[in-house]
Design a protein around this ligand. Structure first.
Ligand code: B16
Ligand code: MG
Length: 219
């Protein structure tokens, strides 16, 4: 059996990745840049400022914005995001996740969160699932975000679990890369064309079944 599961938040535990997309889209509209869902795959799992830089790079006219102006745009996106997540609750937990968390707990396996989001703690609270997590790694805990492995290695270190005994679950390409670099077992949730590097890929969270993941881990 693995000794720890480390979960990404947005797009794995909850459907907030859709809210991140809508918030970026609103901001991009405001500055006259078009983004779509395909482009949004690049924004998943990476930090707020890195996401903004990728969006600004789509339009040459935004090339040399000052640091202050970029801060302002990033804060504005976060305002849009916080407005969208104001009303989230347990119904926003993705299918199969709560059963999976319970099953992991029942088997005395540790659980950590490995999120790039500064809003992670607040989102867990609103979903009412904080108690499942032995440790939370968010954007304030690490210096190097995904695809650097630090988010996942920090969680394992704090739980005192060797990396090879950890399972990481991610919906983002950058996140799967981070798990693989940490030499943990990577589970990808989403389309195989984005997540082909994961050791095990499921299409959506309802397919995240404890016994099945453990079986793949042991193979
Ligand atoms: P915030 P995750 C990531 O969370 C999101 O996937 C990514 O789209 C977002 O830009 C990032 O958090 C930062 O979020 O602006 O709230 O600090 O998927 O790593 O849980
Ligand atoms: Mg994610």
């Amino acid at each position: 059996y693995p000794k720890a599961f480390i979960f990404d938040l947005d797009g794995v535990i909850t459907d907030t990745s859709e809210f991140h997309y809508l918030a970026w889209k609103k901001l991009a509209d405001e500055i006259g840049i078009k983004i779509d869902r395909e482009f949004n795959e690049k924004l998943k799992g990476i930090s707020r400022m890195e996401s903004l830089d990728l969006i600004l790079a789509l339009s040459p006219s935004n090339n040399n914005l000052s640091a202050d102006e970029k801060e302002r745009l990033a804060s504005k996106k976060n305002e849009h995001y916080q407005e969208l997540i104001q009303s989230i609750n347990a119904t926003n937990i993705l299918p199969g996740i709560e059963v999976l968390l319970k099953e992991i707990r029942r088997n005395n396996i540790k659980i950590a969160l490995g999120s790039a989001s500064k809003n992670a703690t607040e989102v867990l609270k609103q979903l009412g699932i904080t108690e499942y997590f032995d440790f939370v790694v968010d954007a304030s805990t690490v210096t190097k975000g995904k695809p650097d492995p630090e988010t996942f290695t920090t969680a394992a270190d704090r739980l005192h679990i060797p990396y090879e005994a950890c399972v990481g679950v991610e919906d983002a390409k950058a996140g799967v890369e981070a798990i693989n670099k940490a030499e943990m077992f990577s589970v990808g949730v989403g389309e195989i064309k984005h997540l082909g590097d994961a050791k095990y890929v499921v299409q959506d969270t309802s397919e995240l079944v404890f016994e099945e993941i453990v079986k793949r881990y042991n193979d």
